[in-house]
Ligand binder design. Structure first.
Ligand code: ATP
Length: 441
């Protein structure tokens, strides 16, 4: 059966995001700023969770990957060496299939077709190139102190290759991972947070011997796809698409995109690229510094090759939001529920007093205070219990706990499961064990 997008219209997600405080348009009271967004109280928790899940699985859970946090503004020579400065400064359109770029003002017919004229080749929206934001370091605006906001986090890793190998005990093969903001002067604005001017990336450069590239490329393709599945994204809405030969950068031997079936169709979520030894070689050439690996057992010196999984944090968040969004009927009544994986859910547990009297709020507050030490928890006493459940469903909270009359009689509370809707009584004294069973932590 052919896979279907989880929601038909992206607008469904945008409006939920605004209504529930996941994502807002930047500077909205001034009419918004195209292609920039702010994460609200729930969104910022999702973002922290996504970054934490990636960091744990990529860095902390491995013996051969270390982390880095490089500055956003780097020496302009970095971008000369990487080839980012030698771009165009015109609005360009890019073939969505083969990445062929053509000046937008040179084409006048619509719909515009890629000159390769093959099935699936079509141009996207016009984009400015060079995409890098320029600014000046220091008080004087002068060409001599022009610097750029980084358009990718990867170069911060390459330029620190010697620092990391000199200061740690890493041994080939090993990875250096980084999360952080990147900036591209993008034109396209219509796909919510899919493509923005300011965004975050989570990238890793995995260095290895040239002859081992294929093996590590296969390994990271599988690992990265599985990461999304383990965090609850439906496998039928994920796929790996290998780049055709004519899509590859000249230094790249292989590249694949993990694509997700967004409401607007299959699109890139993450790229996994074999970049050869291009970046280290270029930085060695431009800086005059050796960027090599010395194999101490053989005294052999060589420039390692690299496999790069590169993911946009905001694009990943858009996938987690879209894939979690569920509309269903419960006893004939509609409910909207965000079925996030517990690790991604912004709030893990909500605590309610059934009544706003008879000691219920005090007891519930006591429980909330004990839980918030360990989990992102929330307390809610407003409105009837059904409304409170619905509010938590839209926020994607996996567990709701309610204090009621019986709590004072036998020390039990109600645990309500977001997905099964089952409500069962548990011992108040067993609440951490019960939460562990549902959440897994
Ligand atoms: P695209 O073809 O969508 O422009 P890209 O191939 O240029 O992406 P990379 O340079 O490989 O992207 O960046 C790695 C990842 O960073 C992408 O897979 C995507 O998840 C994310 N990313 C890139 N550009 C943006 C952007 N403008 N807004 C949000 N995320 C982005």
């Amino acid at each position: 059966m052919e896979a279907k997008a989880k929601v038909e219209n992206l607008e469904t997600i945008t409006s939920l995001c605004k209504r529930r405080g996941f994502i807002f348009l930047s500077s909205e009271i001034y009419g918004g700023l195209g292609s920039c967004y702010d994460y609200g109280p729930l969104g910022v928790e999702v973002k922290r969770n996504v970054k934490e899940a990636w960091w744990r699985s990529t860095v902390q859970a491995r013996a051969n990957v270390v982390g880095l946090d490089a500055s956003i503004i780097m020496h302009p020579k970095v971008w000369e060496a990487s080839g980012h400065i030698a771009g165009f400064n015109d609005p360009l359109i890019e073939c969505e299939h083969c990445a062929l770029r053509v000046r937008a003002d040179k084409l006048d017919e619509a719909p515009m077709k890629c000159p390769k004229n093959k099935e699936g080749h079509k141009f996207g929206e016009p984009r400015m190139f060079n995409l890098m934001f320029k600014t000046n370091l220091g008080p004087i605006e002068d060409a001599a102190n022009t610097v750029y906001l980084r358009p990718e986090t990867a170069q911060g890793i390459f330029v620190n290759f010697n620092n990391v190998t000199d200061s740690t005990r890493v041994k080939l093969p090993f990875g250096i991972a980084q999360q952080g903001k990147s900036f591209r002067n993008e034109i396209t604005t219509r796909r919510f947070t899919f493509r923005t001017s300011e965004f975050e990336q989570m990238e890793m450069e995995f260095f290895c011997r040239p002859e081992e590239v294929k093996e590590w490329y296969d390994y990271w393709r599988k690992e990265r796809l599985q990461w999304f599945v383990d965090l609850g994204v439906a496998p039928e809405r994920l796929r790996l698409r290998d780049h055709d030969e004519d899509e590859l950068a000249h230094y790249s031997t292989a590249c694949a995109d993990i694509e997700y079936l967004f409401p607007f169709g299959w699109s890139e979520l993450e790229g996994i690229a074999c970049r050869g030894c291009y970046d280290l070689s270029k930085h060695a050439e431009h800086s005059g510094k050796k960027m090599e690996w010395l194999d101490q057992s053989t005294n052999e010196r060589f420039i390692p090759h690299v496999v790069e999984p590169a993911l946009g944090t905001d694009r990943a968040i858009l996938v987690f939001l879209t894939d979690a969004y569920t509309e269903e009927k419960i006893d004939g009544n509609p409910r909207t529920v965000m079925k996030f994986h517990p690790k991604i859910a912004p709030t893990k547990v909500a605590v309610f007093p059934l009544l706003r009297k008879d000691g219920h709020p005090e007891k519930a507050m006591e429980l909330f205070n004990s839980l918030k030490e360990h989990y992102m928890a929330t307390y809610d006493e407003s409105g009837n219990i059904g409304r409170r459940y619905r509010r938590q469903d839209e926020a994607g909270t996996p567990v709701c706990l309610t204090i009621d009359h019986q709590t004072f009689e036998d020390g039990t509370i109600t645990l309500r499961d977001r997905d099964t809707l089952e409500q069962r009584r548990i011992e108040l004294s067993q609440v951490r064990e019960e939460l562990f069973k549902v959440l897994g932590f």
